[in-house]
Design a protein around this ligand. Structure first.
Ligand code: IVH
Length: 655
């Protein structure tokens, strides 16, 4: 009896959740849904042996310590893309040539989120993973289970693999950012950050959704013959598909779709950066096949970056952690590429002069999908000539020190190391995602701690007690303990993060990784000579000098000793998985398709190989991607072995 009631409730809830989250068509009130859900929960609590993982009560799982890498059963390909309609026509001509007839096309929105792959066995969700490089991804099943648009159980008993895009609705993104001290740059980063949580209850609190756009059907009641039919079928199975799709008879029909959505996309509550055009017939798709990175049967049209004019209300002056003074445009708020923009980058004072931007001007601002908007030029402003010419500041707006220029650099600098803005910017960088990644501590907390004189250097964070946080605005026991714990936890952050977080001049995350790669312990690093530092590939004299100086400055040495006393571990986590490439030096050139050059470099290093930035007789292999530079010519001259991306992946066993 109980078992039957449980099964009945699960099926009912599944149906209601599908109608609510997938079809956007609620069948019952929230109240009714909640009471059924609670009934199921209490029956399961009383009869735990009857709990199965596909029950809707089982969406939130536990905490894991890391994400496992998994090899995708079917590769996740990329897409070729273009901004030009003529290119689309050329692509279609090639399709027609191969398939020998007119070919139907499915037009879909290109969702700006994260690609993931889901596997279902006997209708039950068994595994989900990020795209990774298309061949190997990270297993994040537990986190994906918390997303309501991902069915835990399908309406049919089928074996399918699906792909889709995880996204965060724009409104949810803005709400999340409003509550957070460390805002995400765009909804995609917010979605990625939410998915990469080791504690799935954090993911569960974020409003993530998914549009499914590809199905690989292994066993099911229907085996569709076209992409269009497969989309209808997976919707019937329980997946959420994007409703804005069209079957076009030829490329002109597809172009019409692109033109329509270029305008209408701003009305959507999620970000889209283009249109994906796919050959409808699977038979024709098979004839066309794939290149090494992308299907020949699909292509993407990317929307041009959006531009809009608005009024420049003011130019604010920011002071960065290096003391660099940066002008920021304060704008009359406008809606651009799906979000409200009220600030934009103005680069530096030379740029303001070059563009002759004056406060009060109308300016053209532009935003590509992921970049902070920037001021492109002055738009038509009748009163421009009567507005005062903008004069760069002479004194630091915060501490009043006279600003300086530095040789070879366009920026102005505040030279005062104790300037409150500089100190706070360093502290903010210390806790940032790129630095020690300390949750719950952001700019407003830092300003308060600084104003109370509790924190003026990163070491001070680690001297704070839980009760210190209770002195902050609106902070209660729970968040005080969260803040305290996340600071303490950061003592275990890897060495490369520590070196990054120190804000050493000219040393960002990538350089810190290089340096720690060569000097894998703090002692080695502190004792490294300028020459040894400068010998690291990618580290020049300027950086070497700056690092050396930093670690030989008495105050910094004292600070580091304090970190040691406070229990910092300085672990080096550069992963070495084998020594198969040891003794080999690689040079990477050109654009790789399945990974960035940095990722390729990490793969080489993880196998004991070396990566160098220039080709010499000592180079063992050059890995060349698209549009390689002069390094390829040099490799040919010297007779160095040249690998393409595929050969490289085969060499390291990833293909
Ligand atoms: S199809 C083999 N359809 O775009 C076909 N991709 O630039 C490849 N994307 O990694 C994917 N919306 O993350 C497809 N409707 C859509 C899409 C879509 C977004 C993403 C996907 C892919 C990237 C390729």
């Amino acid at each position: 009896m109980i078992r039957e009631r449980i099964n009945f409730l699960r099926d009912e809830l599944n149906k209601y959740a599908y109608n609510y989250y997938v079809l956007d068509n609620p069948l019952i009130s929230d109240f009714e849904y909640d009471s059924l859900f609670k009934e199921l929960q209490s029956l399961e609590e009383a009869n735990p042996e009857l709990i199965t993982p596909d029950s809707l009560t089982q969406r939130v799982g536990g905490v894991s310590s890391s994400f496992a890498e998994i090899r995708h059963k079917y590769r996740l390909y990329s897409l070729d893309n273009t901004y030009s309609y003529d290119e689309l026509r050329k692509w279609y001509d090639r399709v027609i040539k191969e398939c020998g007839k007119s070919v139907d096309l499915v037009c879909e929105l290109k969702i700006d989120g994260l690609a993931i792959a889901l596997s279902y066995k006997n209708g039950i969700f068994v595994q989900g993973a990020t795209r990774g490089n298309g061949i190997i991804g990270e297993e994040i099943t537990q986190n994906l289970r918390t997303i309501k648009a991902i069915p835990l159980k399908l309406f049919e008993d089928a074996d399918v693999d699906v792909r889709g895009e995880i996204y965060m609705p724009i409104l949810a993104f803005e709400q999340l950012n409003n509550m957070s001290d460390k805002p995400f740059a765009n909804p995609r980063n917010a979605a990625a950050g939410s998915l990469r949580q080791l504690d799935s209850s954090v993911t569960a609190k974020r409003d993530l959704s998914m549009f499914t756009y590809t199905a690989i059907i292994e066993r099911a009641n229907e085996i569709p013959k076209t992409h269009w039919d497969s989309l209808q079928y997976i919707k019937k199975l329980g997946f959420k598909t994007n409703p804005n799709i069209r079957l076009a008879q030829d490329i002109e029909g597809a172009i019409d779709f692109c033109k329509e959505w270029e305008v209408k996309r701003s009305t959507l509550d999620y970000a889209t950066d283009g249109v994906v055009i796919k050959v409808n017939s699977f038979a024709c798709q098979r004839e066309l096949g794939f290149t090494s990175r992308a299907p020949k049967w699909a292509t993407a049209f990317k929307f041009p970056p959006e531009e809009i004019t608005t009024k420049l209300i003011n130019i604010e002056i920011g002071v960065g952690k290096t003391g660099a003074i940066t002008p920021v445009a304060i704008l009359e708020p406008v809606l651009l590429a799906g979000s409200t923009v009220s600030r934009a980058s103005l680069h530096n004072f030379d740029e303001i002069k070059r563009l002759d931007v004056r406060i009060g001007d109308r300016v053209l601002i532009k935003k590509a999908a992921e970049i902070i908007p920037k001021v492109i030029k002055v738009a038509d402003t009748p009163e421009h000539d009567s507005l005062p010419v903008y004069e760069p500041p002479v004194y630091c707006p915060d501490c009043g020190a006279r600003l300086e220029t530095r040789e070879g650099e366009v920026n102005l600098y505040c030279p005062n190391e104790k300037c409150p803005s500089v100190v706070k910017a360093k502290l903010e960088y210390w806790v940032s995602k790129e630095g020690m990644d300390i949750d719950f501590i952001g700019p407003s907390v830092i300003t308060q701690l600084y104003n109370m004189g509790l924190v003026t250097s990163p070491v001070d964070f680690y001297r704070l007690q839980e009760q210190d946080f209770l002195k902050l605005d609106l902070v209660k026991e729970k968040s005080a303990s969260n803040m305290y714990n996340s600071i303490q936890k950061s003592k275990q952050q890897p060495l490369a993060r520590f070196v990054t977080a120190l804000s050493i001049r000219h040393v960002g995350k990538e350089t810190a990784d290089l340096i720690v790669g060569a000097f894998p312990s703090l002692e080695l690093l502190m004792n490294a000579s300028v020459e040894n530092l400068a010998n690291i590939d990618g580290v020049g004299d300027k950086i070497a000098l700056s690092v050396h100086e930093f670690f030989h400055n008495v105050k910094n040495i004292e600070m580091i000793n304090e970190f040691k006393t406070l229990g910092f571990t300085f672990v080096n986590t550069a992963k070495v998985i084998s020594d198969e490439l040891s003794g080999n030096t690689f040079v990477l050139t050109g654009t790789l398709q399945t990974m960035t050059r940095d990722e390729a470099g990490a793969k080489i290093k993880a196998r004991g190989g070396r990566v160098s930035s220039s080709v010499s007789k000592k180079t063992t292999y050059v890995v060349a991607g698209d549009s390689p530079g002069s390094k390829l010519d040099k490799a040919q001259d010297l007779g160095v072995i040249i690998l393409n991306e595929d050969e490289f992946l085969k060499m390291i066993g990833e293909k």
